[in-house]
Design a protein around this ligand. Structure first.
Ligand SMILES: *Cc1c(COP(=O)(O)O)cnc(C)c1O
Length: 457
């Protein structure tokens, strides 16, 4: 699919405040040089996250106002159930207020103390839920996933050899499931291939290990499979999505990503016994098993969003093309970015961008602050600040990559906004020597990326 412009027209608009450089210098200083602490109305192009920030369609709005708020037998729950059956191929769905609700239920149901949880790259929240349940995350992603300038078509792949070795070392009884993420954020949103999914599935099946798939970005992943895996070129996105899910025993997902809703998540499966078990926890932690604490309004936007997400020409093609548009502009201008560019965000390689700064000067945090000052653009640090401290030694857990993520909310900005982003970064890159490092002056106990405060060195 090749589109020349946005495949939708704009029905409602929200004005954006225009600010001066002096205003922004003051605002970021007041925010402790942490983009999370800025007021969103002081931001011109907000690329902090694409999670829950999509613009709803006219169809989503119209279903939303007819949301059924009944606690039992709700029509809106049945709409979600139909969408999950038709779009994803799972009979049973347990809505949760967010993906982390599903993550919590999953961990409580399946993990016993002393068990190992292999997966393709870590996700901070997931790892904590696994640790609370007494499990230990083991990264079995391919090595290329950690090489920012290595061009590999499927950086989301599982290293089958690493997984086999783990099974051999600890035994399959101590591995309740392998957790696969589609387009993991930490790889820059790079996909896992269908061939790799197949191989992982075979290995797991042979060893009696379940596959849990984190599917928040499966549609983006399906788009890349269609583009990059020759035997899938002529399939529809919907068919590829269902094929991906055919390898999973259980899926969890945040409906704030591909599914174009502003809130929500769920757990889905075809395993009736597991579903019955999981329901108990849902009632305890989330809400009724048919709502997960969400309103009928939310369930309707989730159901509609699932159908819209797999529409090649209405949604996913433009979604990925827009991200590629920004990535290509930056790549051509020599701004160091993570390659190849993924489906939801462009990641700036702050280590190379600011190679005059040591890692303890928080290069990614500094760059994110400088980009806000330059043009009112808000990105998110994905480096030493987000990685946190080692629990045993108390030192910073210096990650291999120092990145600033520019996540593009679906259907919100036009390519003119992305031109502003590209121009600001190109200008900043040519003046990069002027960007100073930061010193941390306040650090909360956990999740310091959200609340830590800094000052200029
Ligand atoms: C967004 C996301 C989450 C968090 O989702 P919430 O709905 O905010 O809890 C967890 N895992 C992955 C892979 C995600 O993309």
């Amino acid at each position: 699919m090749s589109l020349s412009a946005e495949p939708y027209k704009i029905k409602a608009v929200e004005p954006i405040k225009i600010t001066t450089r002096e205003f922004r210098e003051r605002a970021i200083k007041e925010a402790g040089y942490n983009t999370f602490l800025l007021k969103s109305e002081d931001v011109f192009v907000d690329l902090l996250t694409d999670s829950g920030t999509a613009a709803l369609s006219n169809a989503q709005w119209s279903y939303a106002v007819s949301g059924d708020e009944a606690v039992s037998g709700s029509k809106s729950f049945r709409h979600l159930e139909t969408a999950v059956r038709e779009v994803l191929g799972f009979q049973f769905v347990l809505p949760t207020h967010l993906a982390r609700g599903a993550e919590n239920i999953l961990s409580k149901c399946l993990i016993k103390p002393g068990q190992y949880l292999p997966g393709n790259m870590y996700n901070l929240l997931t790892r904590i839920y696994q640790e609370i349940a007494g499990g230990q995350f083991i990264d079995v992603a391919i090595d290329e996933a950690y090489e920012p300038d290595v061009d590999h078509p499927f950086k989301g792949n599982i290293d089958i050899y690493k997984l086999e070795k783990l099974i051999h070392e600890v035994g399959s009884k101590r591995i309740p499931y392998v957790r696969i993420q589609t387009c993991p954020d930490m790889s820059g949103g790079q996909p896992i291939s269908m061939a790799n999914l197949k191989d992982t599935h075979e290995l797991c099946k042979r060893n009696g290990i379940k596959i849990v798939l984190e599917g928040s970005r499966t549609v983006e992943n399906a788009y890349f499979i269609k583009e990059r895996e020759a035997d899938h070129k002529n399939k529809s996105i919907g068919d590829i999505v269902r094929e991906i899910y055919s390898f999973a025993d259980i899926i969890i997902m945040s409906t704030k990503k591909d599914a174009l809703a502003n809130v929500g998540g769920f757990l889905a499966t075809n395993d009736e016994d597991f579903f019955a078990h999981a329901k108990n926890y849902s009632i305890l932690f989330e809400g009724a098993a048919t709502s997960g604490g969400l309103t009928g309004y939310d369930l309707e936007t989730m159901a509609r969003g699932l159908f819209e997400s797999i529409a090649d020409d209405f949604h996913i093609s433009w979604r990925v093309m827009q991200v590629q548009y920004l990535g290509e502009k930056l790549r051509r201008s020599g701004v160091p970015i993570l390659l190849p560019v993924g489906g939801h965000a462009v990641f700036i390689d702050a280590k190379r961008f600011l190679h005059h700064l040591p890692q303890n000067g928080f290069p990614a945090q500094s760059l994110a602050a400088a980009l806000y000052i330059e043009a009112g653009i808000r990105g998110q640090e994905k480096g030493t600040v987000s990685a946190g401290r080692d629990r045993k030694t108390g030192d910073h857990k210096y990650p291999k990559m120092e990145l600033v993520r520019l996540a593009i909310p679906p259907r919100v900005y036009t390519n003119s906004h992305l031109d502003v982003v590209a121009e600001a970064l190109i200008k900043l890159y040519s003046n990069r020597k002027n960007i100073k490092g930061l010193r941390m002056i306040y650090e909360p106990e956990n999740f310091r990326n959200y609340e830590a405060r800094f000052e200029l060195i």
